[in-house]
Design a protein around this ligand. Sequence first.
Ligand SMILES: NC(=O)c1ccc[n+]([C@@H]2O[C@H](COP(=O)([O-])OP(=O)(O)OC[C@H]3O[C@@H](n4cnc5c(N)ncnc54)[C@H](O)[C@@H]3O)[C@@H](O)[C@H]2O)c1
Length: 245
Amino acid sequence: MERGGVDGGGSGIGRACCEVLAREGARVVAADINLQSSQETLSLLPGSQQHMAVGVDVSDKGSVEAAFKSIQKHYGEPPSLLVNSAGILALAPHTDTSEEEWMKIIDVNLKGTYLITQSFTKMLLDGRGEVQGTMVNVASIAAKTGLPDFEPYAASKGGVVSLTKNCAAALIRKGIRVNCVLPGLITTPMIQLLKEDLQADIKKSTPLGRAGRPHEVAELIAFLLSDRSSYMVGSCVEVTGGYMM
Ligand SMILES: NC(=O)c1ccc[n+]([C@@H]2O[C@H](COP(=O)([O-])OP(=O)(O)OC[C@H]3O[C@@H](n4cnc5c(N)ncnc54)[C@H](O)[C@@H]3O)[C@@H](O)[C@H]2O)c1
């Protein structure tokens, strides 16, 4: 049975990934800075006793290492599938973004993705000649577009795209496939930070004419985690309803 870890698993796209992976028969670890929300995710999964909820702050190396150790202890082996969905959004006008705000977003979205990748691959490769693992990072279409007030968020997601490609090149010969997705506007708690008129503008510019649902991203992620995408390496796939295509 596959073992899948999802950070940011307590909400939105991460929670939908937990649901889709569980439906496909994986044992799922829902990891989130908000432990209560990852426990809530667990309660939504069929066969919840075989799954696990973990508290983790992806921007903190000690917390990430402790989370992987607790997963290893619980299952006797590390996860073989991983989704990096933890993320934060904050909007700030160019001249008003403080150094602290800038670093917070980079720390969670970019450094966090790196720290999780590093611990995941170290644990999976540890003492093993050949492994089979897949990982999907959640970037954003903001990585490729220019939107006012999105600078630190967009830069962090541009970094995730670059990190994906470089990790994919480094890890594929060791048996670990890495890809990423670039969602457009998806209806999750995160977008409550966007003003109604901005959301309306984005929907208007989206050929499909609406925001996406978390499961529409999670189904793509499940495909990228599976052998059905065996020839995809370092791919960054847009899932946007056509926004900014
Ligand atoms: N919703 C969108 O429109 C959209 C679009 C493009 C990309 N994304 C990306 O998708 C991912 C999921 O976002 P979402 O829309 O589901 O938002 P969400 O707010 O519903 O979920 C994000 C989750 O990440 C967790 N989290 C935040 N900081 C963390 C940390 N330091 N350590 C561990 N967990 C942490 C939160 O507690 C939350 O459960 C994010 O990376 C986001 O940037 C979202």
